[in-house]
Design a protein around this ligand. Structure first.
Ligand SMILES: C[S@@+](CC[C@H](N)C(=O)[O-])C[C@H]1O[C@@H](n2cnc3c(N)ncnc32)[C@H](O)[C@@H]1O
Length: 277
C-alpha cells in the first residue's frame, strides 16, 4: 500500500466523520450488525482486561468494552475519528475505562511492548484497509497481545458483499471492465474498481490461512449479517414487535456462526489466539 493510498484512506475517514457513528444505528442492517458484533465481543472479553482497540472510530465498541469492564487504549489512524471518540465518550461512564487515545496505523504497532495487552479489538475493517500488509499487521497485533489472549477483528467479506452489493458490482464492471471484476473476485482488492471507498475483502478461508501463517488458531468465526441482509420490509415487521425481535436476533446471531453462513455476510468476524507456551 503506497503512502498515497494510506493518506487517501485517512482522508476518507476524516471526511466520513460523524456518519461512522450513524452506520450502526440508522438502518436495520446496521442495527443487526451492531448486535452481532456486540455479542461476539461479549463472549470473549472479561472484566479487568487491558485492551488495545484499533480503528476505534467514534466509539461504539469503546463503550461496549467499558461495559464489559475492560480498560481501553483507544486508537485510530484518523485524527477526526479519534476526536469524535473523545467527544462521544466524554461525560459517559465509558470515559473512565479509557487509558489513552493515540493515533495509530494498524500496520505499525512497534511502539507497544511484546504481550502488553490482554486482548486486541479491530472491528469494522482496519485489517481490510491494510491491503497486502494485512498479515504483517495481524502478526503485529499478536506480538503485542499476551500469548493465549484473544484478538478479535472483523474484515469485509468478499462473497457476501458481492451478493449484497451486486447492482453496484455490475455498474462498476460496466465502467471499468470484466478484467477488473475478475481481479476483485480473485484478490478481494477493491482498488481494481477505483472507487472512493476501497478495501480488501476476504473469504473465510483467507482469514483462516492468515491466522495460521501468524502461528495462531481461529477460536471463533461469524458472519455479519445473514438473513438481515434480505427483505427489509419483512424484517421491519419483526423489529416492530419487541419480543419477536429479541427472538429473531438470537436466531440471526446463531445463524451467522454456522459454517454455511460464514461467507454470506458483508463482514466476517474472527477471534484468534496464539498458543500459550
Ligand atoms: C468502519 S470504521 C469502524 C469503527 C469501529 N471500530 C466500529 O466497528 O464501529 C473503520 C475505522 O478504522 C479506521 N482505520 C482505517 N484504516 C486504518 C488503519 N490502517 N489503521 C488504523 N485505523 C484504521 C478508520 O479511521 C475508521 O475509524
Amino acid at each position: 500500500m503506497s503512502e498515497r493510498d494510506r493518506a487517501a484512506m485517512r482522508d476518507f475517514y476524516d471526511d466520513y466523520g460523524h456518519r461512522e457513528w450513524l452506520r450502526l444505528e440508522q438502518d436495520l442492517r446496521g442495527r443487526v450488525s451492531f448486535e452481532v458484533h456486540r455479542r461476539f465481543l461479549a463472549a470473549v472479553v472479561e472484566p479487568g482486561m487491558r485492551v488495545l482497540e484499533v480503528g476505534a472510530g467514534p466509539g461504539r465498541f469503546t463503550d461496549e468494552l467499558a461495559r464489559l469492564g475492560a480498560r481501553v487504549v483507544v486508537t485510530d489512524f484518523s485524527p477526526v475519528q479519534l476526536e469524535l471518540n473523545r467527544s462521544r465518550m466524554s461525560g459517559t461512564a465509558a470515559e473512565q475505562a479509557v487509558e489513552t487515545r493515540e493515533l495509530l496505523d494498524v500496520c505499525d504497532t512497534s511502539r507497544y511492548r511484546d504481550g502488553e495487552f490482554d486482548a486486541v479489538l479491530a472491528f469494522g475493517g482496519p485489517l481490510s484497509y491494510a491491503f497486502e500488509h494485512a498479515e504483517a499487521a495481524l502478526a503485529g497485533l499478536f506480538r503485542v497481545t499476551k500469548p493465549g489472549g484473544p484478538i478479535l477483528a472483523s474484515v469485509m467479506s468478499l462473497l457476501g458483499s458481492w451478493r449484497y452489493f451486486l447492482p453496484g458490482v455490475v455498474a462498476d464492471t460496466e465502467r471499468v471492465g470484466d478484467d477488473a471484476n475478475d481481479a476483485v473476485l480473485r484478490t478481494g482488492d477493491l482498488r481494481h474498481f477505483g472507487n472512493a471507498h476501497v478495501c480488501r475483502m476476504f473469504r473465510s478461508r483467507d482469514v483462516a490461512e492468515m491466522v495460521r501463517n501468524c502461528g495462531a488458531g481461529v477460536v471463533a468465526m461469524s458472519a455479519s449479517n445473514w438473513t438481515s441482509l434480505a427483505d427489509e420490509e419483512a424484517l421491519s415487521k419483526l423489529e416492530a414487535n419487541r419480543e419477536r425481535w429479541q427472538r429473531y436476533l438470537d436466531q440471526e446471531v446463531a445463524a451467522c456462526a454456522e459454517p454455511g453462513a460464514l461467507d454470506g455476510g458483508t463482514h466476517l468476524m474472527f477471534a484468534a489466539r496464539l498458543p500459550q507456551t
